[in-house]
Write a protein that binds this ligand. Structure first.
Ligand code: ZN
Length: 99
């Protein structure tokens, strides 16, 4: 589950949270919790700088709310349109698992 902010003035959903709404300049937000997203794109990495990875790392762009997309690490190759659960892994990484 991830927290998405919603601007009180215009309703725009934002992730990550902002101090001001980029659409209307509003500064009051409500929190919405999103448990899953729909995969819009996937790529895999097989090398990092200066070394090969022991296993591919999959990254996906997921639509989690209207106009809100996140980049998430995915647990394996998936088809576009798949719905995946979202969670924080540590402090900053969003992990997506098949639902
Ligand atoms: Zn706004």
């Amino acid at each position: 589950m991830i927290e998405v902010s919603g601007c009180v003035a215009c309703g725009r959903r934002l992730f990550p949270a902002r101090l001001r709404c980029p659409l209307c300049g509003g500064f009051e937000f409500l929190a919405f919790y999103v448990e899953a997203g729909t995969v819009e794109g996937v790529t895999s990495l097989v090398h990092t700088l200066g070394q090969s990875l022991t296993a591919p790392v999959y990254l996906g762009v997921l639509l989690v709310a209207e106009n809100v997309r996140v980049l998430a690490r995915i647990d394996g190759p998936v088809e576009i349109g798949s719905v995946m659960a979202l969670s924080f892994n540590g402090e900053t990484l969003i992990a997506a698992q098949r639902t």
